[in-house]
Design a protein around this ligand. Sequence first.
Ligand code: ADP
Ligand code: ZN
Length: 289
Amino acid sequence: MKIGALEAGGTKMVCAVGQEDGTILEQISIPTTTPEETIPRILSYFRGKEIEALGVAAFGPVDVKPDSPSYGHILDTPKVAWRHCDLLGQLKSALPIPMGLDTDVNGSCLGEMTYGCAKGLDSVIYITIGTGVGVGVCSGGKLVHGMLHPEGGHILLTRHPQDPKGGICPYHKNCLEGFACGPSIEARWGKKAADLKDAPLVWEIESYYIAQALTDYIMILSPQKIILGGGVMHQEQLFPLIRSKVKEFIGGYLNTPELNDLDNYIVPASLGGDQGIMGCIKLGLDALC
Ligand code: ADP
Ligand code: ZN
């Protein structure tokens, strides 16, 4: 059985055809420009591929509540051309197959839970630290939406005493995304994050922010595993720094087998960058039932 997968990102649209076991048979990437230009290109890719369903994981904010009048619409995004675009509706009117939709980060979380390092677990969070920071949450086997969907990148944190710049989020002076996303690192140090590998203070500050956030997620959501992806997490030296600070911030208050094995609790994404598109395959499969 062939399933279509669309990872709808702010810079590119990854379109793929995959199978139930997560195998990706083929995939292409289309730059995200305007809906008028981009959606027809997505549709022309999927037409004639004999897919039985399509799973879509979209950048947000996006309406993921099936009973809402604006289900499948992109909401008030800074990407003006996509504001209030009925993404799912346009796909549905051209492709008469079942479709599943969730946020990009919930998609990656689902990919890891179905095909990756979080198989068999039911409460997992997936955090991407890249151009922005997003958090996908699965709790008790359900991807969490709530009133809209979690915006875990914008939780408020304490500024590091040696942070010379602070946060760059236009909405919040001291949120995780503003402090820790790739562009924030670049604004703070005047160099690309990828070129700062040998500057220890950069990663000391970065890990301080990420560890504060993880501690809060742990206290509120009690996840069984925390997966970290996105461009910034290519800096592998972050993992031990984050783990030791999480341990410090929890302060011995919790004592679980998971927290006593932090190397297997706070982990990198395991699917080599395909966690998002593989999550879309699962969203498509779930739309069939
Ligand atoms: P997006 O978030 O747009 O989907 P990415 O997850 O690739 O894309 O994140 C891009 C961000 O990650 C950029 O700000 C970039 O500076 C940063 N980045 C990419 N590669 C690295 C790296 N090797 N080390 C540190 N930061 C990186
Ligand atoms: Zn913010």
